[in-house]
Design a protein around this ligand. Structure first.
Ligand code: DQA
Length: 142
């Protein structure tokens, strides 16, 4: 089964971006880890990252057409993008909402709301990059 792991803005700097919050695993490491973790449970995983909201919307629209399961870390768009809300609403296969940190435990109020949650099969938060492994295992039915 094919699975898309879609990452939103600023996640390309993983490992260098606020490591005290997001850890020291780099984005390149994350890509390899997701492919390994996916393969271990029989998934063909493709990992993408974009800083451009329309690109993420295009990927989600395509995933809806293709009925592709998605692991989605929409980063800051999670908290305010109504276009993202609408794109997630259209998904036809399960989508896992993923955050490396636990946004609801962070001090900024704006992180406490998610437009993704209403459409997610489950949420995995605050597990660091290991959350991606847990999300892939969830989609594989493990
Ligand atoms: C994040 C949490 C968001 O609040 C933040 O805007 C991010 C990353 C996470 O993975 O913990 O960019 O989605």
């Amino acid at each position: 089964m094919k699975v898309l792991v879609l990452n939103g803005p600023n996640l390309g700097r993983l490992g260098r971006r606020q490591p005290e919050i997001y850890g020291s695993t780099t984005y390149a490491d994350l890509v390899s880890l997701c492919q390994e973790w996916g393969a271990a449970v029989g998934l063909d995983v493709e990992v993408r990252q974009t800083n451009h909201e329309g690109e993420l919307l295009d990927w989600l629209n395509r995933a809806a057409d293709d009925e592709t399961p998605v692991v989605l870390n929409a980063a800051a768009w999670t908290h305010y993008s109504l276009a993202l809300y609408d794109a997630c609403a259209q998904l036809t296969a399960p989508m896992v909402e993923l955050h490396i940190s636990d946004p609801k435990q962070r001090p900024e109020e704006f992180r406490h709301h998610s437009v993704v949650t209403p459409h997610a099969a489950t949420e995995i938060v605050g597990q660091g990059v290991d959350g991606y492994r847990q999300a892939l295992e969830f989609l594989a039915g493990r």
